[in-house]
Structure formats: structure tokens, C-alpha cells
Write a protein that binds this ligand. Structure first.
Ligand SMILES: [Zn+2]
Length: 144
């Protein structure tokens, strides 16, 4: 493997995960969402809670991981395809509240604000999202 490539992967692994930028505890990408993004291919590493899935989907949007976003979208609401706006400048995720969605639950609700910059102005997408767990895997269903 090319050294420059492995070095850049290592460096991005050690920067703060994009879902943690607004948190007081700054987990690195390697400590946070990378295992879910990398593990999805063989299903070996799945988020345990609805909040973890929500975080990994936010960082997936930031990183442009369309296959991951589609794979974690419940089949009942999943779009055929997903076009991400390359101009979108995400600025951080705030988890505002969670209901259920724990390691033993099959349903969960996560209220969040996803911050972004629009034409130089700070803005936020506020959403209450619902999640279900099937065969140990959490899926995003829809916004309430
Ligand atoms: Zn993360």
C-alpha cells in the first residue's frame, strides 16, 4: 500500500469525528464512527444504540458515504438513490434528546440539530428521527 495513502487514512482516523465536533468530549473518528463505516461491509460492527446509528449517519453525510447511508435506511422508506450536495458544509451535530433506542430496544427516537453553513450563514436542520432495530441492526426510518 502507498505510504502517503495509509498516512492520510491514519491522520483522518485521529482527527475529531465530525459527529463530535460540538461535544465537550472529542472522540476521534477511529474511536467513534469509523468502525461502523468500515464494518458495515461484513456486518461485523453494528451500532448498539439508535444514537450511535444517528451519529454514524451524520458523519456518513459529512464524508459522502452514500452506500452506508442507503444501507442504514430502512427498506420501507429508503430512496432508490441519494444525491448528496457537494457544496453542503456541515458544521456539527447536537443530540437534543433520545427516547428508547438502547442496546435492548427495538425502536428509538432521536431528536437532533444538524448544523451547517449556508451562503456564509449558520443554519441548522432540526429533526426528530425514528429508528427500528431488526436482527441486531439499527435502521433510520423517517422524521416525525
Ligand atoms: Zn462519530
Amino acid at each position: 500500500m502507498c505510504d502517503a495513502y495509509s498516512e492520510s487514512v491514519k491522520n483522518s482516523s485521529q482527527t475529531t469525528c465530525s459527529c463530535r465536533e460540538l461535544d465537550s468530549v472529542k472522540l476521534s473518528y477511529a474511536q467513534c464512527c469509523q468502525r461502523f463505516h468500515d464494518g458495515r461491509a461484513d456486518g461485523s460492527v453494528l451500532p448498539e444504540t439508535a444514537e450511535e446509528l444517528m451519529r454514524s449517519r451524520y458523519s456518513g453525510f459529512v464524508l459522502g458515504l452514500v452506500p452506508y447511508l442507503l444501507a442504514t435506511w430502512h427498506e420501507s422508506t429508503r430512496p432508490q438513490e441519494l444525491d448528496l450536495d457537494p457544496q453542503m458544509r456541515w458544521a456539527g451535530l447536537e443530540i437534543l434528546s433520545t427516547r428508547a433506542g438502547g442496546a435492548q430496544a427495538t425502536r428509538g427516537v432521536v431528536e437532533f440539530a444538524a448544523h451547517y453553513v449556508d451562503g456564509g450563514n449558520a443554519a441548522a436542520q432540526h429533526e426528530v428521527s425514528t429508528f427500528v432495530r431488526e436482527a441486531d441492526a439499527w435502521f433510520y426510518v423517517n422524521a416525525l
